[in-house]
Design a protein around this ligand. Structure first.
Ligand SMILES: [Zn+2]
Length: 409
């Protein structure tokens, strides 16, 4: 609740990091708490990447990391979060979860049938005017609790339970294209593998993410008064439309699911002189991803050849990669440990090839295999975001087990 009270939306329109003062404020708050708890190497970077280390009690055990993000998404809702705990009985108000009795704002059972699973539980929600921000403050809270509990046990007994170095990172601006994690000083995150705690309901394990590219096509035409247009005018908008027309219409977000990739044209800005398309390419499969980018390149070349007086420039920027591609024989037990932890705790696993990316997708491109563990929350990026407290507690217990398992426990 304390963390959710700090407004920390990221702002895609701003340059420089962090993109909001609230993220810096939250990072400072966490840094102070970690320092007070006795963490080592507490470091807050210029871009508000906070790193800290819980020193090993078993120097032979491998170092592992946990990465969470400081920002919450700007969904056009209120930046101020008023979190509250509701005892949800699943029966009153027709099974709807009332967020604010005064205004009658509620999460409707009809719209969110998953609510039924949580009848009889205490659930954390917003007042309905904002997201809850469990994405990712549930993750932040869980990791902070883990840090404080490990440090307290270690200082009480001299050496609590055996564990290797546990390195924490809290990064800004995840929601606006993983901007923050890319500025992480990796020598401050020297781990054998890591986990993100970001999204997903009880039991979900993200073991794959997309490979992702942002492609920008700029078409330059020839502008002239249309009265003298014949043979002179080159319309960049129509040429951009030709490129769109050659894309596979079945290979779009609205026609794909599961492990099917897509090419998504999502921004068009044009006038008489230039037209710019922004296109996202996504695929879990590396070969499929490369093929999609190559096909786009080929289409642009063909259209360019048909319009010698136009200029077509395609820039392809690889943004992040499938975290599964960082899996090696030296780190693959990172994932096995998640399933062992879930099994020990009696939680049914829900493996997921996520149709998106996490900070772990970027860390994985740097060779740090980073699967994602659930936080327990539902309905991210909406006013109906909710976090059942038993799921939240289960996420914490999984992390405790992961620390134990890494040390062979
Ligand atoms: Zn998130």
């Amino acid at each position: 609740m304390r963390y959710s009270a700090v407004p920390s939306q990221s702002d895609a329109a701003r340059t420089g990091l962090p993109t909001s003062e609230g993220q810096r404020e939250l990072a400072r708050l966490l840094a102070d708490e970690l320092t007070a708890a006795g963490a080592a190497d507490v470091h807050l970077s210029e871009t508000s990447v906070l790193t800290a280390r819980i020193p090993a009690t078993d120097p032979a055990a491998p170092a592992i990391g946990f990465c969470t993000h400081l920002d919450t998404v700007d969904s056009g809702l209120s930046p101020v979060v008023r979190a509250r705990v509701v005892d949800y009985d699943g029966v009153s108000h027709g099974g709807d979860l009332v967020q604010d009795a005064a205004t009658g704002t509620a999460i409707r059972l009809a719209d969110h049938p998953e609510l039924a699973r949580y009848a009889g539980q205490r659930i954390l929600v917003s007042d309905g005017t904002s997201v809850l921000g469990a994405d990712d403050k549930a993750g932040v809270s869980t990791v902070m609790q883990l840090a404080c509990d490990l440090l307290a046990a270690d200082s009480r007994t001299g050496a609590g339970e055996p564990h290797g170095d546990v390195v924490l990172s809290f990064v800004p601006d995840e929601e606006i294209g993983l901007r923050g994690v890319r500025t992480m000083e990796l020598d401050r995150f020297d781990v054998a593998w890591a986990y993100t705690l970001d999204s997903c309901e009880l039991g979900e394990v993200v073991e794959e993410t997309f490979n992702a590219a942002t492609c920008t096509l700029t078409v330059t035409g020839v502008a002239t008064h249309p009265m003298r247009g014949k043979g002179v005018l080159v319309n960049p908008i129509l040429i951009a439309a030709e490129v769109i027309d050659r894309l596979d219409p079945s290979e779009t977000p609205e026609w794909t699911e599961g492990r099917e990739g897509y090419v998504w044209v999502h921004d068009v800005v044009g006038d008489q002189s230039t037209c710019t398309l922004t296109i996202s390419v996504r695929d879990h499969d590396r070969a499929g991803y490369e093929e999609k980018k190559a096909r786009l390149q080929r289409i642009v070349e063909e259209v360019a050849a048909a319009h010698p007086r136009a200029g077509l420039e395609l820039v392809i920027d690889d943004v992040y990669a499938n975290l599964a591609d960082a899996r090696t024989s030296a780190n693959e037990h990172a994932l096995a440990h998640v399933y062992t932890a879930l099994d020990r705790l009696g939680i049914a696993p829900i493996p997921l090839a996520m149709r998106g990316g996490t900070d772990g997708s970027w860390l994985s491109t740097q060779g740090i295999f980073t699967p994602n563990v659930f936080t327990g929350a539902h309905n991210f990026h909406s006013a109906a975001e909710l976090l059942p407290l038993p799921s939240f507690a289960a996420s914490y217990r999984v992390c405790r087990e992961l620390v134990r398992l890494a040390a062979g426990g």
